[in-house]
Structure formats: structure tokens, C-alpha cells
Design a binder for this molecule. Structure first.
Ligand SMILES: NC(=O)C1=CN([C@@H]2O[C@H](COP(=O)(O)OP(=O)(O)OC[C@H]3O[C@@H](n4cnc5c(N)ncnc54)[C@H](O)[C@@H]3O)[C@@H](O)[C@H]2O)C=CC1
Ligand SMILES: O=C(CO)COP(=O)(O)O
Length: 328
């Protein structure tokens, strides 16, 4: 299968960074934007000043409002927008093509993972998921980054990883789409919690305890959903959980800090917060845990704080008062 041309849908920070990574790997890239004015601005300046200010884009990237064909399709809109985007695309564009899903979230209403949405909307597409510790700014600037790329066909997934690999971007091929997607979605929920710990000044010890217990909870969720807990030892699990749960660069962590400092979700959103996928995913993850009968006290705690049903002090006291148990 030819893997020369790439179309990236979603010209936010991540779509632009993945376009840049693809161009660094030697691919010809179409970055699909929503308006001609956006396309003109990006093509004239070789930059996407709205999404990734100050970052020069490689000449192999052309911004367009549409594309009729590409060997590799990358979807990089927010998780809640993936279904709407797929509704607007010509099914022929995706048919028998590798489609890489890069959003990290679970769909409100359906509880669906991104690849379940794709299977629903474009059953003939060959779904892959990409996740791991990778801030858009780092990837676009060519700082060393490694991610997991998971798909069902081992040969195709390896070929895709090779087609996207460059001197500073290293995709590791894998086969556990469920584990990779669940880890990517849940780490945003835990990043809200870790940011809240920081915002509420609960200390570095509390944050590390939270990361370790989040890892255990995530393993229960992945197992219950049919993924492999082993995936969590890799980039999409441990890698992204530690990055997002310890870095103020993370938008989820920043949102959590605002919650920890006493802010309420609606006020923080009204104040112009950047996209924090964990806010939409927290109630979905809580509902999923309940439906699977998985014990998920941390997800429940984040859900309660995000929905303003409880404040930080109350949920922390509740977590600390849970019956003592053996660690494993
Ligand atoms: N920014 C980052 O460092 C990383 C982000 N991600 C994930 O990538 C996804 C997107 O995040 P960002 O690009 O950072 O967000 P962003 O807020 O920078 O950009 C989102 C973009 O999607 C566009 N969009 C929304 N709905 C659309 C639709 N229906 N059709 C076409 N375009 C649409 C918006 O106009 C905007 O340009 C999220 O799920 C995020 O978790 C994953 C790894 C790293
Ligand atoms: O997923 C990311 C890094 O791997 C980006 O995290 P934020 O969306 O929290 O900024």
C-alpha cells in the first residue's frame, strides 16, 4: 500500500504538529482547515499562528479546505468533534485507507472510544490509534518524542510507523487499540486530579500517590474493556500519565489547578480555558466504570469535582477515609 501522502483533519495544535511530523518524515501533507481564509493565512506565512504561534511549518505542508485523496488520513479534532467531522467526509476518502485517530477522549452520550466512532461512521476505514507523551509544541519544534501507534494489522502498522517516523518523532507499533485509547482518554482525567492537587497545595507526595493509584485504576479499566494492562507499561500508559500528571504545560493539568484553587468548571470554561479533554471524559469514564462494575474512586472524585457536586477538600477526605486494603 502506498503511504506517501497524508491528510490531517483538524488544524489545531495537535493536527498542525502531526502535519509537521509527517512532513519531517518526508511525506507530502495536506492540512485540512475549515475556511479559505485560514488556508491562505497558513500557506502565506508557513505557520499556523492561531494554533502553534511562532512555529515555522515545512514547505511540504499545504493548508486546504478539502482533499479528494490521501494515502494516510489523520484525524486530530477534539474527541467530541470526531463524529461530526466523520459525518462531513466523503466515505470514499476513508475506504480501505489507514485512518489514524489521535484525539484522547471518550464520547459523551455513547461512551465510545474514538475507534468505535470510526467503526460506526466509516466501517471500511482501517482504524489506528496514536497516543503517548507528546506535547504539540515539542513535536512541531522537532524535540525528541516517542509515541505508540496501534492497529490490527501488524505489517501495516509497522509500515505506517515507518512512514511517519523522523529524526525526532519515533512511533512504536503496537496491536492493543483498546488499551492505547483508554489510557489516552483516562490520563486526561487523572491530569485534572493532579493539577487540582497542585492548585489546592496538597503537596508532591500526594501527587505521586495519586499517579500510582491512577495507574492501578487505569489497569482495572483497561482490563475490563478488553485491552491489555501490559500496554500501560508503555508510552501511551506510563509515558503519557507521567507527562500530563506532572507538567504545567498540560492543559488538563492547568484546568485541574484552577479547580484545585477553588474555581468551578463553568467559570473556568467561561474564562476562556484551552481545550481540556478530561472535563468531557470524566463523567463518561465514571459511567463506563459503573457499567463495568469497576472500582474507580479517582475517576468518581474528578467527576464529582468537575460537575461541582463536591469540593476538593470533601473528595480528598473521602478518598483518605476509604477502608484500608492490600496494595495488589
Ligand atoms: N495539543 C497537544 O499537545 C496534544 C493534543 N492531543 C489531542 O488532540 C486532540 C485535539 O487537540 P488540539 O489540537 O490540541 O486542540 P485545539 O483546541 O488546539 O484544536 C482543535 C481544532 O479542532 C478544530 N475542530 C473542532 N471541531 C472540528 C470539526 N468538526 N471539523 C474540523 N475541525 C474541527 C478546531 O477548529 C481547532 O482548530 C485532543 O483530543 C487532544 O487531547 C493529543 C496529543 C497532544
Ligand atoms: O496529550 C497531551 C500530551 O501527551 C497533551 O495534554 P493536554 O491536552 O493536557 O495539554
Amino acid at each position: 500500500m502506498a503511504l506517501e501522502t497524508v491528510a490531517v483533519f483538524g488544524a489545531g495544535a495537535w493536527g498542525t504538529a502531526l502535519a509537521q511530523a509527517s512532513a519531517m518524515a518526508g511525506r507530502e501533507v495536506s492540512l485540512i482547515v475549515r475556511t479559505e481564509a485560514q488556508a491562505d493565512a497558513i500557506n502565506a506565512s508557513h505557520a499556523n499562528e492561531v494554533a502553534l504561534p511562532g512555529q515555522t511549518l515545512l514547505p511540504a505542508i499545504t493548508a486546504k479546505t478539502d482533499v479528494s485523496d490521501a494515502d494516510i488520513i489523520i484525524l486530530a479534532v477534539p474527541a467530541q468533534a470526531t463524529r461530526t467531522l466523520l459525518t462531513s467526509l466523503d466515505p470514499h476518502l476513508l475506504s480501505e485507507k489507514p485512518v489514524i485517530l489521535s484525539a484522547k477522549g471518550l464520547e459523551v452520550g455513547t461512551l465510545a472510544r474514538q475507534s468505535e466512532i470510526l467503526a460506526d461512521m466509516a466501517p471500511r476505514a482501517i482504524g489506528h490509534v496514536l497516543s503517548g507523551p507528546s506535547f504539540a509544541g515539542d513535536v512541531a519544534a522537532g524535540r525528541p518524542t516517542a509515541v505508540t501507534l496501534a492497529g490490527d494489522d501488524a505489517n501495516l502498522t509497522s509500515d505506517l510507523a515507518a512512514a511517519l517516523a523522523g529524526p525526532s518523532f519515533r512511533p512504536y507499533a503496537a496491536d492493543d487499540r483498546i488499551g492505547v485509547e483508554v489510557a489516552g482518554a483516562l490520563k486526561n482525567v487523572y491530569a485534572l486530579a493532579c493539577g487540582a492537587v497542585e492548585g489546592a497545595r496538597l503537596g508532591a507526595s500526594a501527587r505521586s500517590a495519586l499517579i500510582a493509584r491512577a495507574y492501578a485504576e487505569m489497569a482495572r479499566m483497561v482490563h475490563a474493556l478488553g485491552g491489555s494492562a501490559h500496554t500501560l507499561t508503555g508510552l501511551a500508559g506510563l509515558g503519557d500519565l507521567t507527562l500530563t500528571c506532572t507538567s504545567i504545560q498540560s492543559r488538563n493539568y492547568q484546568f485541574g489547578m484552577a479547580l484545585g484553587a477553588g474555581g468551578r468548571t463553568q467559570e473556568i470554561l467561561a474564562g476562556g480555558a484551552k481545550l481540556a479533554e478530561g472535563v468531557a471524559t470524566a463523567p463518561v469514564a465514571a459511567a463506563l466504570a459503573r457499567s463495568l462494575d469497576v472500582d474507580a474512586p479517582l475517576i468518581d472524585a474528578v467527576d464529582a469535582v468537575v460537575a461541582a457536586r463536591a469540593d476538593i477538600a470533601t473528595v480528598v477526605a473521602g478518598l483518605m477515609a476509604r477502608p484500608l486494603k492490600r496494595e495488589h
